[in-house]
Write a protein that binds this ligand. Structure first.
Ligand SMILES: [Zn+2]
Length: 85
């Protein structure tokens, strides 16, 4: 008796439901996380790029595992610094 395609679909759905929230949480590296990791880069009302020190950021629309969010991206070097939902 072999496994049917439905068997694998059910396994896939279970994995998505169980692992999905963890993946989303890992992907959403927020301003708070960025501030915690780079305290020198975040000052009152100002966020500096940890790569090049630039303070000009733009928000890039980004698709996440579920839904979309914003990638706060450095204008100077193009690195994505943190994300918001
Ligand atoms: Zn930069």
């Amino acid at each position: 008796m072999g496994y049917s395609i439905y068997h694998w679909i059910v396994i896939g759905l279970i994995v998505m439901v169980v692992a999905g929230p963890f993946i989303v949480r890992a992907r959403l590296y927020t301003l708070e996380s960025y501030r915690r990791d780079n305290p020198g880069c975040v000052k009152t009302g100002r966020v500096a790029c940890k790569h090049c020190g630039g303070t000009s950021l733009w928000m890039k629309k980004k698709a996440f595992f579920v839904g979309t969010g914003w990638a706060h991206t450095c204008r100077t070097c193009g690195q994505e610094l943190y994300y918001s939902g």
